[in-house]
Write a new protein. Structure first.
Length: 163
């Protein structure tokens, strides 16, 4: 059991590190694809995911990015709750519907982060970076899901091979 979750944890930690790397696009602020959101959405959809783990990963991401402590944890937990409530529906759908579901979750997460940043800074933050981050996250989702799906297949293979 620990070995199975260790594989998932390794995949999530790689996405956590990728989440910390900003993309510098000319004439724009730093854009960060929401890799951690992708991981939370994907794993929550496929299997029950520990809430404490999502919260701790969110806090770790806040520390790495020097964001207000708890902001990513809050956003990721809300995304997990939303995904959990729609899990049965999402499991029976095509990849396009799953992808569209992620795009909706990413948009909600982006708007929430933008609102929280605006509140923490007592000013309205430019929305362009958030919109581009959401779009980039939605576009990259299928690419990120490929290795996560491979990890999931490996977990299913181990589970079915067990006595």
């Amino acid at each position: 059991m620990i070995g199975q979750w260790g594989l998932v944890l390794l995949a999530v930690l790689v996405l956590l590190l990728l989440s910390a790397i900003p993309l510098h696009i000319v004439h724009l602020a730093e854009i960060r694809p929401m890799f951690m959101l992708m991981a939370v959405y994907y794993w929550t959809m496929l299997r029950p995911t520990p809430v404490v783990g999502v919260f701790l990963l969110g806090l770790l991401l806040d520390n790495i990015l020097d964001y207000p402590l708890g902001m990513n944890a809050f956003v990721l937990l809300l995304a997990q709750i939303l995904t959990t409530h729609n899990r049965k529906f999402l499991l029976g759908q095509s990849f396009l519907v799953t992808w569209a579901g992620f795009a909706v979750v990413a948009l909600g997460a982006g708007v929430l982060e933008w609102l929280l940043f605006s509140l923490f800074n007592f000013t309205v933050i430019a929305i362009k970076s958030m919109v581009l981050s959401v779009i980039l996250s939605a576009v990259l989702f299928p690419v990120v899901v490929l290795p996560l799906a491979a990890v999931n297949r490996a977990l299913l293979g181990r589970h079915h091979d067990a006595p």
